[in-house]
Design a binder for this molecule. Structure first.
Ligand code: ZN
Length: 117
């Protein structure tokens, strides 16, 4: 499971961050992930729960926010978010060019915020 290894690295990063600030218990964590990063949020949450049983992370609230995909038109430079149905072809709202746009965001996965005490 892809999400299991992601959860593992998240826990490692959060643990390091908490140690740096002398924090003992994780209260909540907010994750941002891109629409096309191929993450199943429910699977990530489950993996996180499984891995944190009996640790200072147990019971922490996990908030996951999706960041929409944004592309830049290769023809006119217009930035836009293609809709779900248009993912294969992405017509530019300004000049209708359908292919070859540059993906600006939508692939990311990062920790936005950690609350701990
Ligand atoms: Zn365009």
């Amino acid at each position: 499971m892809h999400e299991l290894s992601i959860a593992e690295s998240l826990i490692k990063i959060i643990g390091e961050e908490m140690a740096k600030h002398g924090l003992k218990k994780l209260l909540s964590v907010k994750i941002i992930y891109g629409q096309i990063s191929a993450i199943v949020p429910e699977a990530l949450e489950t993996a996180f729960e499984i891995l944190t049983v009996d640790t200072p992370f147990a019971g922490a609230k996990m908030e996951i926010e999706v960041k929409p995909m944004v592309v830049r038109c290769r023809q006119c430079g217009q930035e836009f978010s293609p809709s779900q149905e248009e993912r294969m072809i992405m017509p530019c709202p300004q000049c209708a060019t359908e292919f070859g746009h540059e993906i600006i965001s939508g692939r990311e996965l990062y920790i936005d915020n950690i609350e701990a005490e």
